[in-house]
Design a protein around this ligand. Sequence first.
Ligand code: MLT
Length: 532
Amino acid sequence: MTWRVVVADRLAASGLNLLSGTPEIEVIDVAGKAGELDRVIAGADALIVRSETRVTASLMARAPHLRVVARAGTGVDTIDVHAATRRGIAVMNAPGANTVSAGEHAMGLLLSLVRRISDAAAAMRAGQWDRKKFEGTELRGKTMGIVGLGRIGGHVAQLARAFGMQVVGHDPYLLPERAAELHVRLLTIDALLRAVDVVTLHVALTDETHHLIDANRLKLMKPTAVLINTARGELVDEVALADAIREKRIGGAALDVFSVEPLPADSPLRGLDRVILTPHLAASTAEAQERVAMEISAAVRDALVAGDLSFAINVPGMGGDLLRRLAPLLDLARRLGRLALALADGPVKAVEVAYGGKEEAAQRPVLVSALEGLLAAMNAGPVSLVNAQVLAEEKGIQLGMRTGAPEAGFETSVGVKVDTARGRVRVAGALIGGSHGRVVRIDDYHVDVAPDGWMLVVRNRDVPGVIGRVGSALGSAGINIASYHQARRSTQGGGTDALAAINVDQALTNGILDKLQALPDVLDVRLANFGD
Ligand code: MLT
């Protein structure tokens, strides 16, 4: 059998050689050849891309044999992972291979911006000699704010400290221990923007991080502060950024990534002073490209030739039969993970998953599914059954698993217990009729509610009138209630507190949540999104 690997974007020669040196593999390299991908995609068993090729559902639909899509880089936001998973296509990336290059590029852009290096070099090339115009500022003693303290953000923190900078960070899911290890003080994003001289972005692009830096947030920055973006263009509202720079409300920006790439020739960013632009070069070093190409090519080879999907981010490292059998239970575990995170306060320290049921082999898939839900709700980047445990461990989260009796009255149940520095949350769900997941307990409250769509969890004093007030507040905000389940702390009655689990038909803005929170006798309001 010969496997066809289509390489759509530029890949280092060492990677191409590794693939073409494998007798079972034929390499079709169409990088840089416009229109060629369309011609060859139908025959592809694997597709290797970088940033240029968007792997959409429709592209994959034209490739009936496709079983692997591999990104020669860290982010998989250019791949429709959901569509790939539904098609049974393994999606792979090369995490970590770019870390040093991306971190160094961020520092390079920063130095070039504050020391005016690229402007001065352009002036020299044009025959000028002007020492006064290009006076810069030092990094030592300044404060850097790092948004996203994963691998790349963590590396940038080390580099910045070597320059004598103070480093603060924003990462809602970073444990304080890891922050201390990095010598980074954690702040809210708004506090960080107000405090720093340099903001550098190192988060994945998700629905939640899209336009993370918008017009309002730009207003928080000091007039001398600069913004560095080597992560993804869509993190920043580019129009608002151009306005802020033009109006001298911030000190400048250095950007490597753009919401549309290649950046259109007429982009307002191109003509601005105090802006440095590079064409998505952060990972473009000989070393990173070598590492990325070797890693991704070996992963693709092993997947095709040996069926090894251990690099896949979306393929469970567990038997297909078992997973098919457990599908409703794993779906429930995933939803409970999301619910537990919505109810928890602060970074997660430990997760314990309790499986109550007869299937011995269910333990690990149930644990990993609950983690997958929890990490997905944290926006921890691409997460699947394959990588959920590793990601949780990388975040320093302690994991526990136990098997025991199911929740009283049910044959199969899952419990998820989450510990943070501020307390503990326990949720449990059960399978009804072997297929239908319900949430049956939130802390000490017995409930019966479907973990679907959006769920509000309201804790309140057990006094008359609260349900009416919550209902009216939602009604006047145009939010439709699908179901409303009220529970008391104890079924014997007379409890002092109550809890409502309310399914609503749409997302609630922070404004509505704040209004609910401010209602008399309401103690706490949380919103869980089950990602449907
Ligand atoms: C990445 O996600 O690692 C980079 O964007 C890859 C690239 O440079 O294309």
